[in-house]
Ligand binder design. Structure first.
Ligand code: NAD
Length: 478
């Protein structure tokens, strides 16, 4: 099969087909603007066909034995492994990330497949304590049915895989709508892997297209048993509102304003090293990037100097140049949003530009802003770009209160006193907090979820003893 398979077709019911509209759009390399492929502009009619194919395929797929499904997943992974180098380069071109980011993305995707193939062959349920004599109680995992996946552009392959791999492993079928900025690495290569692995038709369907045209019909489709959406809060909220009152199963993985807290006894050099990863890795375009640096006054000058020295030294450019640390932002719209709605208004409100603050096309210089206050967009908004906004506080309590004032996914706390770090971490309301570390190098294992529901089963092992009311002789009138 030719690689990359970016040839402007959808993958529905085991076949590559044009979009019902016949329309395609260009796939661009972000650093150069070069057209490197095309993708089909799927729409509601294509989503209907894909969901119907997934529904038809699901019972047969779920009926296979776990080792059979695991074998399909291993063949699927085999295709990706055989094309590992091409995939890394494809990710670098489509997302604009440097090699390490692309290797992380593709490697994590492969790990997720491997783990799912193992997980499905292990425990599929529990034996529960009997709640009455003579009863054997079992709880077993059963598939949800058809999964709808809508994924973003930042880590397109592994953010698709974290749902797709366990989802398929446990007997669900899938309709995937990848982000329009990364339709090849986020979708077409997965369709090619499904074809190579000879997954039964309909088990994995890939409908490329934009958000309103293809994403919305999938999000609203009544034939989808569970929708798994990863993306912005705005779109997540719209999906949540539309689903309200429908009792539909939706899972939303959104963004937040993550905090990086530097306490007054912190090792500021260590914190500054970690800040490069937390705020600047992949140009800060990660859902768990540090968006706000909240620093106690006693170490603020030292921390600011350490962060600035490091950020100013980083090279920005084509990610294929091995000396480059930061590639381009994903799109002109993202540059505009960062500069015009976050950096400029914050400067106008009194923030101080310490380094950076300039850009050339999609290439934005690593930027440090000092004197950032909680009213400024640089504090309040999810940054999603290579900007480090530093806010100074006097006390630990103030740092905790400010951190908890906004929604977030993951925080870091820096202190030389691990017990203090633990105590602060316990008070921060994020799903994940790291002490003296940047955001996690998530193992695929802690991203696994079964995409199953629990089914409780009761097996009566001894003759049933009916209650007396149920055994009373029927009256003559009845
Ligand atoms: P986005 O919401 O614009 O797009 C995400 C996906 O939704 C894309 O496939 C897009 O086509 C689709 N979409 C857009 N409009 C839609 C609509 N009206 N109906 C249905 N689908 C629609 O987000 P993005 O810009 O691609 O990604 C950045 C955001 O994603 C950030 O906020 C980031 O924090 C978040 N994110 C979260 C996680 C996580 O695991 N929590 C991971 C990565 C990114």
């Amino acid at each position: 099969m030719p690689f990359p398979p970016g040839d402007g077709r959808l993958y529905i019911d085991g076949a590559f087909v044009p979009a019902s509209s016949g329309l395609t759009a260009a796939v661009e390399e972000k650093a150069t603007g070069k057209v490197i492929g095309s993708y089909a502009l799927g729409a509601a009619a294509d989503i209907d066909r894909a969901v119907a194919a997934a529904r038809a395929a699901q019972p047969g797929w779920a009926a296979l034995s776990a080792p059979e499904r695991a074998a399909y997943l291993r063949r699927f992974a085999g295709y990706l492994q055989d094309h590992y180098e091409e995939l890394v380069e494809q990710s670098m071109r489509e997302t604009g990330g440097v090699r390490a980011k692309a290797e992380d993305e593709v490697g994590t995707g492969l790990k997720q497949l491997a783990l799912s193939a193992v997980q499905v062959s292990e425990n599929a349920g529990d034996i529960l304590p009997p709640y009455k004599a003579g009863k054997l109680s079992l709880s077993r995992a059963v598939p949800l049915g058809v999964l709808g996946l809508i994924t973003p552009w930042n880590y397109p392959m592994n953010l698709a895989m974290r749902a797709l791999a366990p989802g398929l492993a446990f007997g669900n079928t899938v309709v995937l709508k990848p982000a329009e900025l990364t339709p090849v690495i986020g979708g077409q290569v997965l369709a090619a892997a499904a074809r190579y692995a000879q997954l039964p038709p309909g088990v994995l369907n890939v409908v490329t297209g934009d958000g309103p045209g293809a994403g919305w019909p999938l999000a609203r489709h009544q034939g989808v048993d569970m929708l798994d959406f990863t993306g912005s809060r705005e779109v997540g909220l719209a999906i949540d509102r539309a689903a309200a009152g429908e009792l539909r199963d939706i899972r939303l993985e959104l963004g937040g304003s993550n905090a990086f807290v530097v306490l007054d006894d912190a090792d500021t050099e260590l914190a500054a090293d970690c800040a490069m990863i937390a705020s600047l890795e992949f140009q800060g375009q990660t859902c768990i990037s540090a968006s706000r640096h909240i620093v106690q006054r006693a170490v603020a000058d030292r921390y600011l100097a350490a962060v600035t020295r490091r950020a100013a030294a980083l090279r920005v450019g084509d990610p294929f140049d091995p000396t480059v640390a930061l590639g381009p932002l994903i799109s002109a719209a993202q540059v505009e949003r960062l500069h015009r709605t976050i950096v400029e208004p914050s400067l106008a409100m009194g923030a101080r530009l310490v380094t950076g603050g300039t850009y050339d096309g999609l290439f934005y210089r690593p930027t440090v802003l000092a004197d950032v206050t909680p009213e400024m967009p640089a504090f309040r908004e999810e940054i999603f770009g290579p900007v480090i906004p530093v806010t100074v506080v006097d006390t630990e309590a103030e740092a905790v209160a400010l951190t908890n004032g906004l929604p977030m996914l993951m925080n870091s706390v820096f202190t030389r006193d691990l017990i203090r770090g633990l105590s602060v971490a316990e008070r921060l309301q994020a799903g994940e907090v790291h002490v003296n570390d940047a955001h996690a190098r998530h193992g695929a294992d802690n991203q696994m979820s079964g995409f199953t529901r629990r089914q409780w089963i009761g097996l009566q092992r001894t003759p049933l003893e009916l209650p007396t009311w149920a055994t009373a002789p029927a009256s003559e009138e009845s």
